[in-house]
Design a protein around this ligand. Structure first.
Ligand code: CA
Length: 228
């Protein structure tokens, strides 16, 4: 089954060029020329990945990305930026995009990044159908959605992966090095402080919001979700 890629790009020539290249590589391609129809197609079609230009008519790429993530989807999104605008990239990544490319780009590089993003996502859904719970919190890994009772909790990709790793290891104290390796990967060059930052995000979105004491600090070690 070929994977379906949505290309949201208002410059018709660029959209057409990407479409032809992707089709040549064996992907199915859907095109949208403005932000609003891009969002509609992202929601209605069975898409594996989105290539999203940031400067779009009707709705900006940033807004499209924000709304897709708000709905709880963790579909891979690669942003295209027309200029080397750092603030746009940061904003896009903050809104939950996985990667970005600055135009003009080499098509081979885009294809390589698509393969990486799809593979990463495929690895994520191997535990298909898995549902992890803690009290009234539910992580549905098939839908890649976290809920507390009826509320959908909006998490970034890293927040989600960190929460999932902690929930998969309930009652096991996880040290920072292990968390970093599992959630951020071997090729991550930052230090373990990033974990504390993300635990803080999770606590503010879950523990504090719903008055829980889910993620506990294990002094000198790391973190644990304990149900004992
Ligand atoms: Ca554009």
């Amino acid at each position: 089954m070929s994977e379906k890629i949505l290309v949201v790009e208002d410059e018709v020539k660029i959209a057409r060029f990407i479409e032809l290249e992707l089709k040549y590589e064996g992907y199915e391609v859907i095109i949208a020329h403005d932000g609003r129809s891009g969002l509609e197609k992202a929601n209605s079609e069975d898409i594996s990945l989105i290539i999203l230009d940031l400067m779009l008519p009707l709705m900006s790429g940033i807004e499209v990305c924000r709304r897709i993530r708000q709905a709880g989807s963790t579909i891979p999104i690669i942003m295209l930026t027309a200029k080397d605008d750092v603030s746009d990239k940061v904003m896009g990544l903050d809104m939950g995009a996985d990667d970005y490319m600055t135009k003009p780009f080499a098509i081979e590089e885009l294809l390589a990044r698509i393969r990486v993003a799809l593979k990463r996502n495929e690895a994520d859904v191997k535990v298909e159908g898995l549902i992890l719970t803690y009290q009234d919190l539910k992580l549905d890994d098939l839908k890649r959605r976290v809920t507390y009772k009826e509320d959908i909790i909006q998490l970034t990709k890293k927040e989600y992966e960190l929460l999932k790793y902690l929930l998969e290891n309930v009652n096991i104290a996880l040290n920072r090095e292990r968390i970093l390796e599992k959630v951020w990967g071997y090729d991550y060059y930052g230090d373990t402080n990033v974990i504390d930052v993300y635990v803080r995000y999770l606590r503010s979105k879950i523990d504090q919001k719903y008055d829980m004491d889910m993620i506990k600090t294990v002094r000198g070690v790391g973190y644990i979700i304990s149900n004992e």
